[in-house]
Design a protein around this ligand. Structure first.
Ligand code: PNW
Length: 446
């Protein structure tokens, strides 16, 4: 090991897509402008007790107004790829009907600005901000929402077309299932296991229908799912822990990977849910064919491993970050990238999120010292490099996040950015990790 600023002598493939990621509700603000409708995150975060300090995304990092300055910061970092999401309620205020031109225009300006700066746009169609009107009609429990999503996707494809070379369908369907419908600490805040897995199926159906819609345009652009994957390890080599870790892996990973890449849901998970479950009852003939339409790439988001006990519980092995759910384990990056390539590949892979929250503060000298983030990113990139060396077709990597933003239920307390946002003034300051990342990009390696 070398120190955080040391050089490891690791070179990445030529044209590697060094990037950073954000999502619409977390950075844009401008919640009531240009015809934007309400999303379930507006409703959720305005409900007392749902988010830390009552924080919401009304202003966030005010990116909707400051996107030009933010684009210049991306250029200064040397980014080659920028992953952002499109806000569905900016495009269709009520989740259906004619698209709102002013909403489309914002993303057109953003995408043009990226091209002007030599940065490849990568757009996520759904990063959790469902139009509230569709929630009122049942949300993702209602199969029709998947069809509404395909219509919305089609409107976006028609407006932005080939200006966006890479599309991602649904961000982390698993987080919607688990946080939105099992734990309930994300919108819409339900705790209903039977509903949760029906939601999983409808999110996967939405993914497949969006792939279909893109193919119908005839555009020569690429599309894939964005899955957060957790390597699940048994705590020991007992048969009980091994079996429990396998089923855990089914719920964390295979439930979302298998339908896309193999055309069927994992049998052990379906058996565990039971034939009478709403999910199993909700799968119709032809659905799996839609969901398994060939994709062009797999977007992997890696944050943490999970250690599973013989009774299906979990244990902590490694230091956690400010995010209680995150254990810092860089080898998990290697394990998950090689595993998806072995089990589902070969398919081009992009890492669309990887990052760490740190207790960043702005010094009197105007600097932000986040060496913990540098060490985290360095170690995870080194693990990704090992995966590339073992044959994983990894084409790009995106830090979560480009800038500090609204971190869902914990609001503005947790800072995940390379760029510090001083919320009272909306001033941006490059953290030491941003300066470090700029050098990594310039050197094309560590
Ligand atoms: C992702 N987990 O969410 C999201 O895509 C981002 O919007 C979010 O800001 C980022 O990670 C940081 O939290 C996750 O429990 C939520 O392992 C939960 C987990 C992982 C990612």
């Amino acid at each position: 090991h070398t120190d955080a600023e040391g050089t490891l002598g690791l070179h990445f493939p030529e044209n590697f897509g060094w990037g950073a990621a954000t999502s619409a509700y977390q950075i844009e603000g401008a919640a009531k402008e240009d015809g934007r409708g309400e999303s379930i995150w507006d409703t959720f975060s305005r409900t007392p007790g749902r988010t830390r300090g009552g924080d919401n995304g009304d202003v966030a990092a005010d990116h909707y107004h400051r996107y030009l300055a933010d684009l210049d910061l991306m250029r200064d970092l040397g980014l080659r790829s920028y992953r952002f999401s499109i806000s569905w309620p900016r495009i269709q205020a009520d989740g259906r009907g004619a698209p709102n031109q002013r909403g489309l225009d914002f993303y057109r300006r953003l995408v043009d600005g990226l091209h002007d700066r030599g940065i490849a746009p990568m757009a996520t169609l759904y990063h959790w901000d469902l139009p509230q009107a569709l929630q009122d009609a049942g949300g993702w429990e209602n199969r029709d929402t998947a069809h509404r999503f395909a219509e919305y996707a089609d409107a976006v494809f028609n407006a932005l077309g080939t200006a966006v070379p890479t599309w991602l369908t649904v961000n982390e369907p698993k987080t919607v299932v688990q946080n939105g419908y099992l734990i309930g600490h994300h919108a819409p805040g339900h705790q209903d296991p039977d509903a949760a897995y029906l939601v999983a199926h409808h999110l996967m159906l939405a993914h497949g229908l969006a792939v279909q819609a893109l193919r119908a345009t005839g555009d020569d652009t690429r599309i894939g799912p964005a899955l957060n994957l957790h390597p699940c390890y048994p705590v020991d080599d007992s048969p009980a822990a091994t079996a429990a870790a396998r089923l855990y892996d089914g719920y964390e990973n295979r439930l979302y990977l298998d339908p896309v890449f193999t055309g069927s849901y994992p049998a052990d998970v379906l058996a565990d849910l039971g034939p009478g479950s709403r999910m199993v009852q909700g799968i119709r003939d032809g659905d799996l064919k839609i969901i398994s339409a060939p994709v062009d790439l797999l977007a992997v988001q890696y944050y943490t491993p999970i250690y599973v006990t013989g009774t299906g519980g979990t244990e902590r092995r490694w230091p956690t970050s400010e995010a209680s759910w995150q254990q810092i384990y860089p080898d998990g990056m290697y394990d998950i990238l090689t595993r998806v390539t072995r089990d589902y590949g070969p398919v081009p892979i992009t890492v669309t999120e990887n990052g760490l929250p740190t207790p960043d503060t702005l010094s009197d000298a105007g600097t932000v010292d986040d060496t913990g983030r540098i060490a985290f990113l360095r170690d995870h990139l080194a693990a990704a490099h090992r995966a590339v060396a073992s044959g994983v077709p990894l084409e790009s990597y995106h830090v979560w996040s480009l800038m500090d933003n609204f971190e869902w239920e914990v609001g503005y307390d947790q800072r995940w950015g390379l760029i510090y946002v001083d919320y009272p003034t909306q001033r941006r300051v490059l953290k030491s990790s941003a300066h470090w990342y700029r050098r990594v990009i310039a050197a094309n390696g560590l």
